[in-house]
Write a protein that binds this ligand. Sequence first.
Ligand code: IPM
Ligand code: MN
Length: 345
Amino acid sequence: SRSISLAVIPGDGIGPEVVAQGLKVLSAALPQDVKLETEEYDLGARRWHATGETLPDEELERLKGHDAILLGAIGDPSVPSGVLERGMLLKLRFAFDHFVNLRPSKLFPNTASPLAGDPDIDFVVVREGTEGPYVGNGGSIRTGTPHEIANEVSVNTAHGVERVVRDAYARAQARPRKKLTLVHKNNVLVHAGHLWKNIFDRVGQEFPEVTTDYLHVDAATIFMVTDPARFDVIVTDNLFGDILTDLAAAVSGGIGLAASGNINPTRAFPSMFEPVHGSAPDIAGQGKADPTATVLSVALLLRHLGHEPEAARIEEAVSADLAERGTSTRTTDEIGDALAVRVAG
Ligand code: IPM
Ligand code: MN
């Protein structure tokens, strides 16, 4: 469409710094005739301290009206762990039914991987985003006693598994290698594991061109380090996907480059794009944060909204920037400027 209404949640720590660069590159990438309207939302630690609110329902309602959401990072040591994560980030993913948590990993030129040799890393993890142990279906009894029993039940519905598996097949189908790997642990987690495997096999019949593979999650971590080139598209549940995508980021240039999209492919609600990294309060405000992960998240945002050429231009700009970067360290702003100049052509 010829206009984009974007909700911006800068958040905490380095969030505002990296989001500023993401917006700079977004403006530079958009054609003149596409109007960008941004609305900033004050959410995160500051708001929680001031009002006790994480994500009030009125804000959730207002957010619904945008085409997409760009999120920096949330979380601060002054807020008890989990309050903002569950009260804001997870609340958004659930409320807007972001069932595809898309996390690409690509080893860009001139980027250090801790892996030996020059591994060919170019895969994408489709992490389920609305189920698993993240739904909060748990509880504890005899709490605080030596006999406490604490349960966190992983929720897996046929509907929820099928829609994310189908999305992953479609993404695999659209890529040159057309390969999809299901990652689970069905030798132990038999109920959920068999649901995933059965649906994976059944939906696969609709995609005869896609080659399939299954790995237990522990084996998948080995291959991600010893042979990452074997992966093209990976589909997995919410918790395995959380863990696997941190490993994926670590082997492909670090968390400073890892982008993500919390996507609702039905477009019933706005999708949300964010760097995989957190708020890094230890380096906040010093101009040290690498905004590249946010810039790459902006590329995912543009692709989701149908602006493929602009998305590709941003990814090419990042690739060229990394290939040509020298040894001197650059500030957050300098990296953003360099990328904006490149995408503007
Ligand atoms: C991520 C984060 C979140 C998650 C946390 C902050 C709730 O680790 O986006 O990967 O576990 O999904
Ligand atoms: Mn994570």
